[in-house]
Design a protein around this ligand. Structure first.
Ligand SMILES: *Cc1c(COP(=O)(O)O)cnc(C)c1O
Length: 353
């Protein structure tokens, strides 16, 4: 006997990355930012007037919409605030997918998409990326889905598709499917697809404050899309999906572009160094445009490397999935954290030779 709907009963829920406790942990497993949030954001929390908690928050997070619109150069009506980027994914699945309306995406990609599809009882069409991780435009354009997702930069590959390619897909999907571009990692990429929302009425862009702005614990993300799509999605979101403290904090954080750019610059420099160093150690590493790298272990089992690193309190991400079971996804940390990982990894990789 179960009280649950069949699809819930059958569902393996999403498994978040391990959150170890303790101070001497090198945590490079969930793509968090190694630097603290902006002092402006911290100030917004400290100075928050607790009397405001008595009232409900702004239903649409207007202050954030204004600041974000200014930063990304769109109108406030093109922004929807969400409780983390994941909340936007839930909203999109509820808006566009059901038993008769499938979701399509190229994979391997963010595993939450499949879980949300199952909750919504909608079919998924996963089209394998070719080895070079270029976008399978023809297959995605012909899939018949009503929501198509492109994660760009993609996770866990770190690979990046040029906006011109994504525009080709958006054009071919017109009047058939929305195109959700998951830009959770766009802060670390050379460019992004924001311009497309002005040219294509079927494009929705997902952004997150968790990675580039060091606010994973706050839970704040947002959508950028045409006013028409935003208006439709507002009908589906929870009435007060972002709380008053989050609105104030995220607004201060996105407004502090100077601090944000400094941190992104440091992470990109370390990404370049890590990529080169891991390659010298006989790991195969793809070029990444995110705050992590995907490294293929050629001399030792990736799962064994994971275990040996974890035994030393160094955490990376291992996915026991097709195409990923010989690889480790390593978040770019501070220089000190990255050096600890490299030293430990050197010993593990060399003792098996
Ligand atoms: C982190 C992430 C998100 C959103 O994360 P939130 O913490 O909910 O903002 C969305 N998509 C991908 C691929 C991610 O890695």
């Amino acid at each position: 006997m179960t009280y649950f709907r069949k699809n819930i009963e059958d569902l393996d829920g999403y498994v978040p990355g391990f959150q170890p406790s303790g101070d001497d942990v090198v945590k490079l497993n969930t793509n968090e930012n190694p630097y603290p949030p902006s002092p402006q954001a911290v100030g917004a929390i400290r100075n928050f007037d607790s009397n405001a908690l008595r009232r409900y928050p702004q239903p649409l997070g207007d202050s954030f919409c204004k600041s974000a619109a200014d930063v990304v150069d769109v109108e406030p009506g093109n922004i929807l605030c969400t409780n983390g980027g994941d909340d936007l994914l839930t909203i999109c699945f509820r808006c566009f997918c059901d038993e008769n309306n499938a979701a399509a995406y190229a994979g391997p990609t963010y595993s939450l998409y499949t879980v949300l599809a199952k909750l919504q009882n909608c079919a998924t069409i996963e089209i394998p990326y070719p080895d070079d991780y270029s976008l399978p435009i023809d297959e995605l354009a012909e899939s018949g889905a009503t929501m198509t997702i492109v994660c760009n930069p993609n996770a866990p590959s770190g690979s990046f598709v040029q906006p011109a390619e994504i525009k080709k897909l958006a054009d071919r999907l017109k009047s058939k499917s929305v195109l959700l571009i998951d830009e959770a990692y766009a802060d670390f990429a050379e460019t992004n697809c924001v311009q497309l929302i002005k040219e294509c009425d079927n494009v929705i862009i997902l952004r997150s404050m968790s990675k580039g702005y060091s606010l994973a614990g706050l839970r704040f993300g947002y959508a950028i899309a045409s006013e028409k799509l935003i208006a439709g999605m507002r009908k589906v979101k929870d009435s007060y999906n972002v709380d008053a403290i989050s609105i104030a904090t995220a607004t201060a954080a996105i407004w502090d572009q100077g601090y944000f750019r400094e941190n992104v610059k440091k992470i990109k420099a370390e990404r370049t160094r890590m990529t080169a160093t891991l390659r010298e150690m006989q790991l195969e590493v793809m070029d990444s445009q995110s705050n992590f790298v995907l490294a293929k272990c050629t001399t030792v089992d990736a799962s064994k490397v994971y275990d040996e690193l974890a035994a030393q309190n160094i955490y990376v991400r291992y996915f026991n999935l097709p195409g990923l079971s010989d690889k480790l996804r390593i978040t770019i940390g501070t220089k000190e954290q990255n050096n600890k990982l490299i030293e430990a990894l050197k010993k593990i990789v060399s003792c098996d030779k």
